[in-house]
Design a protein. Structure first.
Length: 161
């Protein structure tokens, strides 16, 4: 782990980040926050709907606009996060919240892949899922919410270690 962090800090990206002046980290941090809020704000809408809130609103009506927004937020958070971590990567060595945040993100992404392959999700995107499918979608929505909440909480805690 330390070898990887040392390599990242010494990379061209790390050097560029450190050479950009005092405001650069703050600007990337701002981009990170905008990415996280766009991602989480969209995901929470989809997940709460999958958990059964707003039954009068079709899942596809929420998923249509929220999925591309969530994906945009994720890309922004990931790109800005990589730039931020490369600035002083070795300082994160031994930080336990890293080992909570990144597995939570990986699980959240795995959940997206699994949900996309579910027949229940396909029914929800094209019409009305059955009662059994609604149960499966609620489990997926709860899992997703737990993963992204954990990622946000652990991400915030990294700086306090
Ligand atoms: C490849 C992806 C990512 C990388 C490399 C990354 C890296 C970082 C780094 C280096 C920090 C600053 C930590 C500090 O010193 O205080 C940070 C902060 C944070 N990250 Fe990420 N991050 C990524 C994705 C995400 C995602 C997807 C989320 C949320 C779902 C997230 C949530 C947070 C939060 C809440 C903070 C605290 C921001 C603040 O209070 O200023 N990160 N991240």
């Amino acid at each position: 782990m330390f070898e990887f962090l040392t390599w990242l800090e010494g990379s061209a990206l790390g050097e560029a980040m450190r050479g950009m002046g005092v405001w650069s980290y703050g600007v990337f941090n701002l981009a990170h926050i905008l990415g996280i809020s766009t991602l989480f704000g969209s995901v929470v809408l989809i997940d709460l709907r999958l958990l059964g809130l707003w039954p009068g609103v079709a899942i596809r009506s929420i998923a249509g606009p929220a999925i591309p927004l969530a994906a945009t937020g994720f890309v922004l958070a990931a790109l800005s996060g990589i730039c931020m971590i490369s600035t002083n990567a070795t300082e994160y060595d031994g930080n336990p919240f890293i080992f909570i945040k990144f597995p939570a993100i990986a699980l959240g992404l795995l959940n997206v892949a699994l949900v996309s392959a579910m027949s229940a999700w396909k029914s929800a995107r094209t019409g009305e899922p059955s009662q059994r499918e609604r149960g499966q979608l609620a489990v997926a929505g709860g899992t997703s919410l737990a993963c992204w909440l954990t990622a946000v909480a652990a991400g915030r805690m990294i700086g306090y270690w």
